[in-house]
Design a protein around this ligand. Structure first.
Ligand code: ADP
Ligand code: MG
Length: 321
């Protein structure tokens, strides 16, 4: 094992899984076929060690998260994942690490029926860039510029756990009751299967990756509307509630819940008439779903606290620069 071709052959050559892959690996480009009635959706995300995940994160967790954050972008637009490429930069050839990464990587690929169709392998600080490609019916794609005044706003799952998980890991808080938060940090679940069906009832969605304040902000800005959100409706896990009781004087730190990101839940809007069917869909997918507010025709993004007072978030989301 002494060059990148050996690494690619041993760790990044998997069964193709799909019959729309004409050529994967072994040439300068991959070739895939796109069905006539579909559009191709393409997204890319990089995870850098020490920036997007703590340096001590396991190979399995890195592989899992690197794929999921990309699948979450596809889910946010209602696309079914089909193919991906992997550009990986490694500080050294560590067979134990590579085997663990490779096994976990393939297990997620096979779960979602995705083909790895190419990539790039280089030496450098640990960094993983995935480009994910998905398919959606032409008139069904969910977009952040399609919210309409009067729409109800929903989020899947619970918010804030990953941010608490990161805090727990970085500060070595040794508390078994917070392990669900670490799990949410390392193993986000892209809402792919739910989103594939959501396209029937919604036109507008985004995934909550930078914190709800920033991400709802993108919806209202792109859709030229406003939104009213009630903090009393924001779903918190039992572990998050415990964290605030135990480590924050029993006060919920809304800035942590709503501006730190890494949640990878879906936030979407639906016409009120579709609320019952969307709630039924969530039950079918065993997904918690919460209506947190409403789209308005003002241009304001308003968060109301438990006493119905307007909140002000100065810090709106994770920013690199
Ligand atoms: P090129 O010289 O054309 O850039 P490379 O030497 O980078 O090609 O890669 C050789 C082949 O291996 C290509 O088909 C490429 O897509 C594939 N490949 C390289 N790295 C990976 C990876 N990490 N995962 C999957 N395929 C990879
Ligand atoms: Mg190359």
């Amino acid at each position: 094992m002494n060059n990148e071709f050996d690494i690619i052959k041993k760790y990044f050559t998997f069964e193709t899984l799909r019959d729309d892959v004409v050529l994967a690996g072994g040439d300068d480009c991959a070739i895939v076929s796109v069905a006539e009635n579909k559009q191709l959706l393409i997204t890319t995300d990089t995870l850098i060690s020490g920036v997007h995940f703590p340096k001590k994160t396991s190979a399995e967790d890195v592989a899992y998260k690197a794929i999921m954050v990309n699948l979450s972008d596809l889910a946010a637009m209602g696309a079914t994942p089909a193919w991906l490429t992997l550009a990986i930069s490694l500080p050294e050839i560590n067979d134990v690490w590579l085997q663990a990464f490779s096994n976990q990587f393939y297990s997620v690929l096979s779960k979602f029926n995705i083909s790895l169709i190419g990539g790039d392998t280089t030496k450098g600080d640990l960094s993983i860039t995935i480009q994910a490609m998905g398919l959606c019916d032409k008139d069904k794609i969910l977009r952040r510029d399609k919210a309409e005044p009067g729409d109800k706003i929903f989020v899947t799952g619970e918010l804030g756990d990953a941010s608490i998980g990161l805090h727990v890991v970085l500060n070595n808080l040794n508390d078994e009751r917070l392990s669900p938060c670490i799990q949410r940090l390392n193993r986000p679940e892209a809402r792919v299967r739910f989103a594939e069906e959501l396209v029937l009832y919604s036109k507008c969605a985004i995934d909550v990756s930078d914190g709800l304040v920033a991400d709802i902000g993108h919806i209202v800005e792109s859709s030229h509307c406003g939104a009213k959100i009630s903090l009393s409706e924001i779903p918190l896990s039992l572990a998050a509630q415990y964290y605030f009781q135990q480590y924050n004087n029993n006060a919920i730190d809304w800035s942590r819940v709503l501006t730190q990101g890494d949640d990878y839940e879906l936030c979407f809007t639906v016409d009120e008439s579709n609320q019952p069917v969307v709630e039924e869909l969530a039950r079918k997918h065993r997904l918690k779903l919460t209506c947190i507010g409403e789209i308005t025709d003002s241009k304001e993004l308003e968060f109301y606290d438990v006493d119905n007072k307007l909140m002000n978030f100065t810090d709106t989301g994770f920013k690199h620069f």
